[in-house]
Design a protein. Structure first.
Length: 839
RNA sequence: GGGCGAUUAGCUCAGUUGGUUAGAGCAUUAGUCUUACAAACUAAGGGUCAUAGGUUCGAGUCCUAUAUCGCCCACCA
């Protein structure tokens, strides 16, 4: 028997261990059809946040549902080494101990990283368990483990051999704090206060000058030209002449290039090919020298004259002061402009000329776009609009910079000897080869996740059986980073999509709609919420509160009401258990009308819930279940069942309905449903491996449903009449029916009279039932007003409906059953009005 | 500049291929210990569905435009 009160802590304690001990999460029953999901591997950088809880709860719901539907389910868990993110954390931790990464050396530093990883993996494991996730831990992978590293190397070498990976000197995004290159996707643009510095670039041997505006004056040491638009009347005659670079005194040419926009600023732009991507292109067109002025850490290098060694921002300040002193500064114009910042270190990113490895995206992205046109093989996004995000990105994407000047990650399988390059799975034969120091972008390995985790490139049983996966669940914020890249790598290397469905969810925000972040301090720890309300409540709330793809405003009050819902389920279960005696089997014959009614409702619910589960519309599942359980089962059926609880059919119906409810709720709230299910007198080994309810036509009774619906509505209007008219308990009633259910529910036995009494009457009626309530009472102004109001409403409705039915277009074009319904309704409204007028 | 989303009750959100009187939770009002549950029960109030047009017998839903808010991408010398 269940405890008197629902206590989520008692319910959830030790239950996960039991599931694991029984190996319920493990896949491998080859007699069943396979279904697979790979977890988006959380970074080993820290604890899981609410976003993870949401994302993984969704997956657990899908996998538990499919498991109960009889699939052999693989939910493959794992973690991501998260190159730069983890490296930054470890560097910070070492710094606390006054240890510098470079002094420590590569090998020792990596040991520290692995130590960090192990600590965080175990935190993640315990959090997965708290959340109740049914991941198959025997299949767990880590992006840096041996198998995955082999896959990464294999892919790198293959792409290199196909000419899709190349090494080149380009302008990339440089993070001067982490001292590494970044991909475009790792740069966050933020509006910052800055300035346009207007400088004088004097023409050679002249007192005339060009006014050049720049936001980064410190790069002028790298200027190798100034550009004007060749069609700009103001300047076109100057093309071919030279100007003197301020302070430096060097002579640089004035060139004509379309890049200079006559409408923007002064129309003159300084060209710094080593520090700006556009200038780099201009430099290529005009064969300009590339002069770097910055070191890797963002300080000025030897080209910066006396400013050498200064930080870039210090230099800017000093330089401007000196330019001003020499009369070379015209003005400082305050502006806000958007400036790139490193996603991980938040440092201002510097466009920087550097030799890096790139993936040529042209053919890879084209293949994704082609594949999305094929209905049979495309990745199906839910909701579908997110496909556009992938397609847009794929139709306009730059080459992917994949090398990172870090230590934590997959080291690039390239070796150099003088001018020679060797790329291969293992080091080349011979002396003098030096391996590339750099590692790969962390997304390079995650892009292979759906198949590398299954043992690919080896043709393992796991890979053959579970790949391609069925569904991937992730937030819309990482469609570029991850979903796109998995898709092109999968198409390129396996000739298959990585997953058939991609369920996209939104972001969690705080109650005011702000993004949760450390700097705002508005983050909520899912473990605190589990502590307060239980994992079941948290999971149900997160997964049923929004439509697919929408953001979620986290609201703790709603967690409370979810807890209440579970408490309601708990108590309803207690009622059932207290009333079914020593039932041995479920026998659904000789059913009374209310049992037929709830079974009909139940089967319609099963049908709807299954439909919505298949479509990943969990918010709809939630509302259908909520109203069925609370309104139909608890408020109505249990109340009615109290009058027939000694009947076998009622006991069977109670138990049967509750069992189905528990099974449908199980994917959402695994703990409490397991606990209740265990205490039922009739049950399978475990709810999570029991059969999902199936719509049963035999248990649908249309007539009973209609009649009991009418009874319920009649009871409501009866109570409403008592309440609205302030009728005390000493009324008498005359009824035209013998329906026991109504009499019992309204406790009318003692009040029934057969006479017409000469006191105030109130009529309650429906299609089949009518009651006249007699009550000693003065009719007040308010009572009359109420009657007038009701009459007016009815009359308005009758008028509207009459007009509708007089409309030939409606009668001819609308579906016939709708027209019939309207007619029926009109008739009953007229009847009701007539009754009101009698009063 | 290109794209996407949102705008529905006091708040947070649903609303299916167009079809009853547009729903839920919380909040509000009035009543109730009714032996599963007072974190409950019973009943009630509350919405010109952002605005303006259009299509249709019929529009929260489809089309066009506008406004406000948010997000993504590109650009930003």
């Amino acid at each position: 028997m269940l405890d008197k009160k629902y206590d989520h802590k008692l319910v959830e304690e030790n239950r996960y261990q039991k599931w694991e001990d029984n190996h319920y999460f493990e896949c491998g029953d080859t007699s069943k059809k396979p279904y697979s999901i790979v977890i988006p591997p959380p970074n080993v950088t820290g604890k899981l946040h609410l976003g993870h809880a949401w994302d993984t709860a969704l997956q657990d719901i899908i996998i538990r549902f499919k498991r109960m539907q009889g699939y052999d389910c693989l939910w493959l868990p794992g973690t991501d080494h998260a190159a730069i993110a983890t490296e930054a954390k470890v560097v910070a931790r070492l710094k606390e101990k006054n240890i510098n990464k470079y002094e420590l050396g590569r090998e020792e530093f990596l040991k520290e990283c692995f130590k960090w990883t192990d600590e965080h993996k175990s935190i993640i494991h315990s959090q997965w368990a708290k959340l109740g996730l049914s991941v198959d831990l025997t299949k767990e992978r880590f992006t840096l483990d041996d198998g995955l590293s082999e896959a990464v190397k294999y892919v790198f070498v293959e792409l290199y051999n196909k000419g899709l990976i190349y090494r080149g000197e380009r302008i990339i995004n440089w993070d001067p704090v982490a001292k590494t290159a970044l991909s475009n996707e790792e740069v966050i643009y933020k509006d910052v206060e800055g300035a346009f510095y207007h400088l004088k670039y004097y023409l050679k041997d002249s007192d005339k000058y060009l006014e050049v505006a720049t936001t980064r004056p410190e790069t002028l040491f790298g200027d190798t030209a100034v550009a004007v638009n060749p069609n700009d009347e103001r300047y076109k005659d100057l093309i071919g002449q030279t100007v003197i670079l301020p302070l430096v005194g060097k002579e640089i040419p004035i060139i004509g290039d379309e890049h200079a926009d006559p409408e923007f600023g002064t129309g003159v732009v300084k060209i710094t090919p080593a520090h700006d991507p556009n200038d780099f292109e201009v430099g290529n067109r005009h064969n300009l020298e590339r002069i770097k002025v910055l070191n890797e850490d963002g300080t000025m290098n030897e080209n910066a004259l006396q400013y050498v060694g200064m930080d870039r921002f210090q230099c800017r300040e000093a330089l401007i002061k000196d330019l001003d002193a020499k009369g070379l500064l015209i003005s400082i114009e305050k502006i806000t402009h958007s400036v790139g910042h490193s996603e991980r270190t938040d440092a201002m990113v510097e466009p920087y000329l550097s030799k890096q490895w790139f993936v040529n995206m042209e053919s890879l992205s084209k293949r994704v776009l082609e594949n999305q046109k094929n209905k049979e093989t495309k990745v199906n996004f839910v909701p579908p609009r997110f496909e556009k995000i992938m397609n847009n990105w794929m139709s306009d994407c730059h080459d992917w910079c994949i090398s990172r000047q870090l230590w934590w990650g997959h080291r690039i399988p390239a070796w150099y000897r003088d001018e020679e390059i060797y790329v291969g799975l293992t080091a080349p034969e011979g002396d003098g080869w030096v391996q590339d120091e750099d590692v790969l972008d962390t997304w390079f390995s995650s892009a292979l996740w759906p198949f590398s985790t299954m043992g690919w490139p080896n043709k393992t049983d796991l890979y053959e059986r579970y790949f391609p996966t069925d569904t991937l669940v992730t937030g819309y914020d990482i469609i570029f980073f991850w979903v796109c890249r998995m898709t092109f790598q999968s198409l390129e290397f396996t000739n298959q999509r990585p997953f058939a469905h991609c369920l996209i969810h939104g972001l969690i925000r705080d109650k005011q709609g702000r993004k949760m972040s450390k700097s705002l301090g508005n983050g909520v720890d899912p473990m605190d919420m589990i502590d307060k309300y239980g994992a079941d409540a948290l999971r149900y709330y997160l997964t049923t509160s929004t439509a697919p793809g929408m953001d979620l405003r986290f609201d703790e009050e709603k967690l409370t009401s979810t807890w209440n819902f579970i408490n309601k389920l708990w108590n309803a279960s207690r009622f059932v258990l207290m009333n079914i005696g020593t039932i041995k089997e479920i026998n659904l014959t000789n059913l009374n009308q209310e049992s037929k009614w709830i079974l009909t409702k139940l089967n319609n619910t099963i049908k709807d819930v299954t439909k919505y589960m298949e479509k990943f519309e969990f918010n709809n599942v939630g509302s259908v279940l909520y109203s069925f359980i609370w309104n139909d089962f608890c408020d109505n059926y249990i109340e009615m069942a109290k009058f027939s609880s000694d009947a076998v059919s009622t006991q069977s119906t109670l138990l049967y309905t509750l069992t189905c409810i528990l099974k449908m709720l199980h994917p959402f709230m695994p703990y409490v449903t397991d606990a209740i299910y265990d205490s039922l007198p009739i049950h399978d080994e475990n709810i999570m491996i029991s059969d999902y309810p199936v719509y049963d036509k035999q248990l649908v009774f249309k007539d009973s449903e209609n009649n009991v619906n009418e009874i319920i509505n009649f009871i409501r209007s009866f109570r409403n009449t008592l309440k609205e008219n302030n009728i005390g308990s000493n009324y008498q009633v005359k009824i035209n029916f013998k329906e026991e259910l109504i009499i019992k529910m309204l406790k009318l036995q003692e009040k029934i009279t057969n006479e017409d009494l000469e006191i105030t009457k109130f009529k309650v009626s429906s299609k089949n039932y009518e009651a006249i309530i007699y009550y000693e009472k003065e009719i007040t102004e308010d009572d009359l007003k109420l009657i007038e109001k009701q009459k007016a409403e009815l009359q308005a409705s009758i008028l509207k409906r009459t007009n509708l039915l007089n409309n030939a277009n409606f009668v001819n074009k609308a579906p016939q059953d709708l027209v019939a319904k309207e007619k029926e309704k009109l008739a009953s409204e007229k009847l009701e009005l007539a009754k009101l007028e009698q009063r």
